[in-house]
Design a protein around this ligand. Structure first.
Ligand code: AMP
Length: 147
């Protein structure tokens, strides 16, 4: 098997994300691979027309969420020695954005948790499941215990 050259860590900053992060960092070191990190700020449901009317998209809240996420992402990157051009902070559907970034960066392995926010009690959460089904590269779903 060829060594992995570029690994993408998908981090949700949820309770268990340290386990996933450590696994991705260990693998990158073992394979001497580049490590990139993606975090996706979930798009807000208040934009959905299903709620009926004119609830305005709250730009302040969005900007605040993005700023908070950026701070955490940069802090994590500093700790892992990942340069800023290998960080992706996106907004939208985590599954879709993780796959898009993996293709854009031509990574050969995605590392994520078996479940996080969306998958408590399930063997595989929705993001992990979606990425596993649609990614064109290898995917490692790190088994996380329920808390
Ligand atoms: P889930 O399937 O949503 O329970 O999450 C499974 C795993 O997908 C998490 O452990 C993360 O590695 C990844 N993930 C979930 N949501 C996000 C997100 N918003 N940004 C980046 N990665 C995510």
């Amino acid at each position: 098997m060829e060594n992995y050259k570029h690994i993408l860590l998908a981090v949700d900053f949820y309770e268990n994300s340290e386990t996933v992060t450590n696994k991705a960092a260990d693998l990158a070191e073992k394979y001497q691979a580049k490590l990139s990190i993606v975090h996706v700020v979930d798009s807000l449901p208040i934009t959905d027309a299903v709620y009926g009317t004119d609830i305005p998209f709250n730009m302040d809240l969005t900007a605040e969420l993005m700023a908070g996420a950026k701070t955490r992402l940069v802090k994590l990157a500093e700790r892992l020695g990942v340069p800023e051009d290998r960080l992706s902070l996106e907004m939208g559907s985590p599954k879709t954005e993780i796959i898009r970034i993996a293709e854009e960066k031509k990574v050969d392995l995605i590392v994520l948790g078996s479940h996080g926010r969306h998958g408590l009690g399930l063997l595989l959460g929705s993001t992990a499941n979606g990425v596993l089904h649609h990614a064109s590269c290898d995917v490692l779903a790190v088994r996380l215990q329920d808390n």
